[in-house]
Design a protein around this ligand. Structure first.
Ligand SMILES: [Zn+2]
Length: 354
């Protein structure tokens, strides 16, 4: 295993801007490396890069994301005390370039005989990337992702199901002196909020709803023409998720009953959840490889969402592992060089031992 090439590649990728939706330059850079080694690749309609590396054994899928959050332009990596960080003005982008550089380094610089299917996705942070991947390209039934910011050894077992929702009440504006000429869009919204209020606490066991944004009106002397309420449903339990969705619909219909304007309820940004069992054979194999590397596997019962949610919903049993990245999505993001090398060691072991 050659680590010097990995460190160099990681620093190169970090310096290429790739905020969500602008992954072209980093993708082209990676393609230029693949071409030198005569590796074949495909790009789908939204820009996800797919590399099939033929070899023995059952194919295994590895998926990293090319995009970063903001502030992610002009990143200047600083290497200090065996740690890589940014200069404090931007994020570092180790989320997910630590794993991406490992994958590309293995493809380009290592000789391993294992059938690998590698996806380098776009727009993981915003949505709209892997959702559009042509899953017929994939033969793997199992996959691994390193994209969880915890000490290496962590295995994510669960991720929530999420949907956003938006209520829009459209009435008619009027001067406050002539309210009878207007249709007040705030009234059904207040009705809705009044009814959902008691469900907005964590102590409620049956539903899991948050209202994050309320916007109404344009001026204090005008009957508000438009009122918008936005929120999300987030749950690890599908029954609770469905119950919450039904409840939102019911309360919405009650709230708009006497409203003379237009009322619209939309759900979008859906992300499926998943739940792996600790004693699942695939999870057990992953844990045993982690143990062989003198690490203690540990299980994360809660996590944010990632490409893993989409892959799992397509029946590719995908396990998200911790990558050692510290403070991702902040200007204080950093990673130990040793952890970068450790991810590579683990991926090589997974490729040969799973
Ligand atoms: Zn990430």
């Amino acid at each position: 295993m050659k680590n010097s090439s990995l460190l160099k590649l990681f620093l190169e990728l970090i310096k290429i801007d790739s905020v969500s939706g602008e992954e072209q330059e980093i993708r082209n850079f990676i393609i230029s490396l693949l071409k030198k080694k005569k590796l074949t690749y495909k790009i789908d309609t939204v820009g996800n890069l797919f590399i099939e590396k033929k070899g023995s054994g059952k194919p295994i899928m590895l998926c990293g994301h090319l995009d970063t959050v903001e502030p992610g332009r002009g990143v200047k990596p600083v290497v200090e005390d065996k740690i890589i960080k940014s200069d404090g003005k931007t994020i570092l982008g180790a989320d997910n370039k630590a794993f991406v550089s490992v994958l590309v380094d293995i493809l380009v610089n290592e000789q391993i005989d294992r059938y690998l299917e590698i996806i380098l996705s776009v727009k993981e942070e915003t949505g709209g990337g892997l959702d559009f991947f042509p899953f017929s390209w994939l033969r793997s039934k199992q996959g691994i992702i390193f994209d969880n910011a915890n000490p290496i050894g962590g295995i994510v077992l669960r991720s929530p199901e999420i949907t956003n929702f938006s209520l829009e009440f459209l009435g008619k504006a009027s001067h406050v002196a002539t309210p009878e000429k207007g249709i007040n869009s705030l009234l059904p919204a207040v009705e809705f909020l009044g009814k959902i209020k008691k469900h907005l606490t964590n102590t409620n066991k049956k539903i899991s709803v948050n209202i994050g944004l309320v916007h109404s009106g344009t001026a204090i002397n005008t009957i508000p023409e438009k009122t918008v309420i936005k929120g999300e449903i987030r749950s690890y339990d599908q029954r609770k998720f469905n119950f919450s969705k039904t409840l939102i619909k019911e309360i919405f219909f009650q709230a708009k009953k006497v409203f003379k304007g237009e009322a619209l309820l939309t759900f979008d940004g859906y992300c499926p959840g998943y739940h792996h069992q600790k004693n699942d054979p695939f999870i057990k194999k992953i844990a045993s490889v982690i143990k062989k590397n003198q690490l203690t596997p540990y299980y994360l019962k809660r996590s944010g969402i990632s490409d893993g949610n989409i892959l799992n919903s397509h029946q590719i049993k995908t396990v998200v592992l911790s990558d050692g990245v510290i403070n991702p999505h902040t200007r204080k993001e950093k990673i130990k060089i040793a952890d970068l090398f450790l991810i590579k060691k683990l991926v090589l072991d997974f490729a040969t031992q799973i």
